[in-house]
Ligand binder design. Structure first.
Ligand code: HEM
Length: 183
């Protein structure tokens, strides 16, 4: 997968838990060599297995569950990292629902704009059906990261100050309910 996911996770750990914890996690994951880190910083793709190994070490060393890690990642990605690194995708977004409806095309676009990463960048696909204030989402990815999808949806709620309830139906389906934004 694209290295931005790895860079966002390491930035979040450094910011929220400190450099010492980050060093322990990188060490346990075989990533502590600064040359290795710089290669990812410069855009080298990150293997899916390495990412899952890193997440396991994050949970073990910070003593948090995978869902808690996914929620922390989702909030940081949507509220800090993506608006800074990809401001173009936030420009004409009106609200939480609007962003979730556009995610499929955003992820297609991010991949189309990086042909040299076409093999590693296999973006997730999202088929979204709207029914009143409910969205029924079919998530499709060979990586099976629905827990991260759920954490990211909660991050979208935080970004737009909108209460959001999310229910997992299966490893590929979720139902999302929006409340009224707290402005
Ligand atoms: C709006 C700005 C966003 C951008 C620019 C963006 C971009 C990306 C990129 C580049 C990847 C790596 C893809 C790859 O290597 O194949 C990724 C992965 C992912 N994104 Fe986003 N993303 C955004 C927001 C979101 C949001 C809000 C959600 C969910 C609500 C989401 C769900 C996911 C998931 C679940 C993955 C993990 C990979 C997978 O499931 O296969 N993204 N995103």
């Amino acid at each position: 997968m694209r290295s931005q996911i790895f860079l966002c996770l390491t930035e979040l750990i450094r910011e929220k838990f400190g450099k010492e914890k980050l060093d322990l996690i990188l060490d346990a994951s075989g990533l502590s060599d600064s040359k290795t880190y710089m290669r990812y910083f410069n855009g080298l793709d990150f293997s899916d297995e390495k990412f899952f190994d890193l997440v396991r070490n994050v949970c073990g060393i910070l003593n948090i569950t995978k869902d808690q890690a996914a929620e922390a990642f989702g909030e940081y990605w949507v509220c800090v990292y993506a608006p800074r690194e990809y401001p173009q995708y936030f420009k004409n977004i009106k609200n939480a629902e609007d962003l979730l409806l556009k995610l499929d095309s955003i992820h297609q676009d991010v991949t189309a704009n990086s042909p040299s990463h076409a093999e590693a960048a296999l973006p997730p696909r999202f088929d979204v059906q709207r029914d009143g204030n409910i969205l029924k989402v079919h998530y499709k990815s060979k990586r099976g990261m629905i827990d991260f999808y759920m954490g990211l949806v909660k991050g979208v709620g935080v970004y737009f100050s909108t209460p959001v309830e999310i229910q997992k139906i299966s490893e590929e389906e979720v139902v999302i309910r929006f409340g009224t934004p707290n402005t």
